[in-house]
Ligand binder design. Structure first.
Ligand code: SAH
Length: 520
């Protein structure tokens, strides 16, 4: 059978903005993409599903600078990559076939005889209505809904839209791309008989932490939008169903909506904290201060491999140590069989499980999963004078383990196999956010998150630190963390009674409920 060397193009709806609103099928395809061509309106977080080895192409029409493609250019990209045999995902905001030029993009693909598939998405109209608390249809108000573009091809001589019929023909009218033309549209609808008192809502960046919505009537909405300075992307929802918003509005009512928070990542805690805060409507900026990289020189490790049988013990004190140790073992042309001889000890269960992935069972796991715990366990195993121990680990790490064993007479060879480096590039971003007053709250779940955060922020002195954090609320999980914060001359505004993530989140919610006299 002849192997098919031509790839396939998947036109995938990214949904309206909330990354949780992509379809399972869409996610499945992103996870297998070799090339992904994405839009301005597709949430960038979705790109995390795409393998790092894939080619990422931004084809957005907004803010694209250098890389903004014409429609023909995009079509060319899809066709060319498919012809190279690639699996191409074309990721488009909302639904590809609703004002998304999905049809146009497919035409060239069909003409070239390339295989394709289309995956629908949650269109922004329904998402905007839902996230603004508006049921787009309702038995008491309307039995029909029309999706309309407010941005017709300007070269067209006659309008494709029968405004005369639409004005009273559809119960709910949702207009995409209608902000610029809003004065014209409202005038037309009123002119063709729709009451100027018809309720209207305009929703910008629907289903994202930046969502903003305003309300008015067909007669007033143009002015309301101008006054509130609502810019695209936004949707205009026209019809009596908009009245229901006063009872159903939920998304913008979540207790932490519109609050931007910094979460400094430590390996285990951050994702839990982020998801709990996001569940309550907060926007979280995650800063990971730890980034793992290989070391520059593996010759020490290679020498250790060459005389591995001489060691009595190999010690692994982290998952990363296991990962990088085996990477280099394989790179040197060896595998796990070459490790016969020495016994293996690990710091804890997770490291033992990692080791098992390489076909090796740990001989020793201490009761207490710490360096000291491991040292004690080894001493109990008669590790001492004359013992030879190999300790592959981070470039910088605590010296307790090698020192304790060394004191007992063991010969410990410390071999760096990876390093923690501060991630580049985010410092400026963090500073800018703070300088512009875009951050409401800093969260700290341990002393090391405080230290890491301050290291990353790298203020020139205490005065600059104070200035950067002026007006920013600070939450600490417990007294030890709080002390680290106050030692740096900063105040702690929020601290839960018991030291859990859940209690901390509740304390944050409580803080904002108290602080905020309900706006009218
Ligand atoms: N295919 C997309 C629509 C693309 S046209 C879909 O199905 O949603 C682009 C227009 O969609 C924007 O001008 C705006 O009117 C609307 N839009 C897209 N995402 C939006 C969002 N998150 N919030 C508000 N409007 C949005």
């Amino acid at each position: 059978m002849k192997k098919n060397t031509v790839g396939k193009v998947y036109l995938v709806g990214a949904g309206p903005g909330d990354p949780g609103l992509i379809t399972m099928r869409g996610k499945y395809l992103l996870e297998r993409a070799e090339v992904v061509v994405y839009d301005y309106l597709a949430n960038k977080k979705l790109l995390n599903y795409v393998p790092k080895t894939a080619k990422f192409i931004y084809a957005g029409k907004k803010g694209g600078g250098l890389h903004a493609y014409t429609q023909e250019g995009i079509n060319r990209l899809l066709v060319d990559h498919a012809k190279e045999g690639k699996t191409v995902v074309r990721l488009k905001g909302g639904d590809p076939f609703i004002f998304g030029r999905g049809g146009e993009e497919i035409e060239d693909i069909v003409a070239e005889g390339i295989d394709f598939e289309v995956v629908p998405g949650v269109t922004s109209a329904t998402a905007a209505a839902t996230y603004a608390g508006i049921p787009i249809t309702h038995r008491d108000y309307t039995a029909s809904v029309a999706f309309v573009t407010g941005h017709e091809d300007p070269t067209k001589k006659y309008s494709n839209i029968r405004w005369d019929q639409l004005a009273t023909g559809a119960g709910t009218i949702v207009i995409y791309m209608g902000i610029k033309t809003l004065p014209l549209i409202t005038k037309k609808l009123i002119g063709y008989g729709r009451s100027p008192d018809t309720p209207v809502a305009v929703v910008r960046w629907a289903s994202t932490p930046q969502q903003r919505s305003v309300e008015g009537t067909l007669g007033t909405i143009t002015e309301v939008v101008q006054e509130a300075d609502i810019k695209p992307p936004a949707l205009v929802i026209i019809g009596d169903v908009v009245k229901l918003r006063s009872t159903i509005d939920w998304y913008e009512k979540r207790p932490l909506f519109n609050r931007r928070m910094v979460v400094t990542r430590t390996r285990e805690q951050a994702s839990e904290l982020v998801s709990q805060l996001e569940e309550r409507g907060a926007e979280c900026l995650e800063y990971s201060t730890i980034h793992i990289e290989p070391v520059e020189d593996y010759s020490l490790l290679d020498q250790a491999f060459a005389r591995i049988a001489e060691y009595d013990w190999i010690l692994f004190t982290s998952l990363n140590a296991v990962t990088y140790f085996f990477k280099q073992l394989y790179a040197s042309g060896r595998d796990s069989r070459n490790l016969a001889g020495p016994k293996i000890a690990v710091v804890g269960r997770a490291t033992a499980e990692e080791l098992l992935k390489y076909g090796l069972r740990a001989d020793l796991i201490p009761q207490k999963f710490t360096g000291t715990g491991l040292a004690e366990a080894l001493l109990n195993k008669q590790v001492g004078a004359g013992s030879k121990v190999l300790l592959p680990r981070a470039l910088k790490a605590s010296e307790i383990l090698p020192e304790t064993l060394g004191d007992a007479g063991a010969r410990v060879e410390v071999v760096p196999v990876y390093q923690n480096v501060p991630p580049q590039g985010r410092k400026e971003e963090l500073r800018e956010e703070l300088e512009q007053g875009n951050i409401d709250l800093l969260t700290f779940t341990s002393s090391s998150t405080v230290t890491n955060f301050l290291t990353m922020l790298d203020p020139a002195d205490d005065a600059e630190l104070q200035q950067l954090l002026d007006g920013v609320t600070i939450a600490a999980i417990g007294p030890v963390t709080a002390e680290t914060i106050t030692e740096r001359g900063l105040g702690v505004d929020i601290q839960p009674e018991s030291y859990t993530i859940a209690d901390m989140v509740e304390a944050i919610v409580h803080h904002y409920r108290q602080a905020e006299p309900e706006e009218a």
